[in-house]
Design a protein around this ligand. Structure first.
Ligand code: NAD
Length: 309
């Protein structure tokens, strides 16, 4: 591929201003601009950096998504058009790891309740047996990729024992036992926290359902930082209403933004965050490093990193 130009789609502004990425790509040896749909016609000598998918991108020579999850991209179309698609897997472990540690500590130390009470100027101390410490508790991390790694590091650092689930049960440092998805119910049964960090695929869609919540302890929490579709959200609401589980911290949802009418907004032991668990002011630098690397590889005729299609 003779790559001459790189265009940054406005949709990246969900994560950072396009101009900041252009500044970061200053040393890239090709022209870089913001994509202007009304003027620009894409061709195979151009690459695209984007958050959203647009059909027009199939005419380019290469598409890089600034997310790790590319479930909204039609892989078959990319294959048919021989347009390579790369993603940003590998850059989110630290931020997501800290977000998950934050949820875990909020539930144990009841911080989410204090914040809620503060909004109402309500000086309510927790009951004597409400707050607890996480040392020695167990977490089950479902998905041991780059997110899973960042989560395992933070949770073991807080003194939790960690088990994990992934497709092949190969050992993982810091993870006491690795289960396969077939043994998900056994894996979650002893965990105080079940943390979901898998991509949305045909196999993971709805993998956490009513049966999973029934297998969890009634004092356990589910944390979803993967994709909303991994959880059967109606079954989650029922499990929370029926006290099958103690609570949930959710960064991702079946429908985003989470609709006003969702009961999840108003539940006491539910933390809702607006799909921002990976946000960090360094996000843009990390994307730029990946893009730079692949620009060099294309020019040298080497294989792309993080190639999905
Ligand atoms: P990754 O490719 O490094 O890791 C994904 C892991 O999930 C792999 O180890 C894979 O083997 C495992 N996996 C796949 N299917 C599985 C299954 N059926 N059961 C158990 N494990 C399975 O990706 P990553 O960077 O860790 O990101 C994972 C996903 O998290 C992304 O695809 C994206 O959807 C989501 N994500 C969300 C945010 C956020 O802002 N909340 C940020 C980054 C990524």
């Amino acid at each position: 591929m003779d790559l001459q130009r790189l265009v940054v789609d406005e949709s990246v502004s969900t994560l950072f201003p396009p101009g900041v990425l252009l500044d970061e790509l200053n040393d890239t040896p090709i022209e870089t601009t913001v994509f202007d749909e009304s003027v620009d016609r894409l061709s195979p000598d151009q690459g695209v950096v984007t958050f959203d998918y647009h059909e027009a991108f199939l005419d380019s020579g290469w598409v890089h998504c600034v997310l790790a999850g590319v479930d909204q991209f039609p892989f078959e179309r990319f294959q048919d058009e021989s347009t390579p698609l790369t993603n940003s897997t590998g850059i989110h472990g630290d931020a997501i790891g800290e977000t998950v540690a934050g949820y875990v500590l909020a539930f144990a130390r009841r911080l989410h309740q204090h914040i809620g009470n503060q909004q109402r100027r309500d000086w309510s101390q927790p009951d004597w047996d409400e707050a607890w410490t996480v040392d020695g508790e167990t977490a089950c991390v479902v998905g041991l990729g780059s997110l899973g790694r960042g989560i395992v590091d933070r949770l073991t650092g807080l003194g939790l024992d960690v088990v994990g689930v992934r497709r092949t049960p190969t050992p993982e440092p810091g993870v006491e036992e690795v289960y396969t998805p077939d043994d998900l119910l056994e894996a979650v049964s002893e965990a105080r926290f079940v943390v979901l960090a898998v991509p949305l695929t045909d196999r993971t869609r709805g993998m956490v359902d009513g049966e999973t919540f029934a297998a969890m302890d009634d004092d356990a929490y589910v944390i979803n930082v993967g994709r909303g579709g991994v959880v059967d959200q109606a079954a989650l609401v029922t499990a929370l209403e029926d006290d099958l589980i103690a609570g949930a911290a959710l960064d991702v949802f079946e429908t985003e933004p989470l609709p006003d009418a969702s009961p999840l907004w108003g539940m006491d032991d539910v933390i809702v965050s607006p799909h921002c668990g990976a946000f960090t002011r360094d996000y843009c630098n990390h994307v730029a490093a990946l893009v730079d690397e692949n620009v060099s590889r294309i020019r040298d005729g080497d294989d792309l990193v993080n190639r999905v299609v």
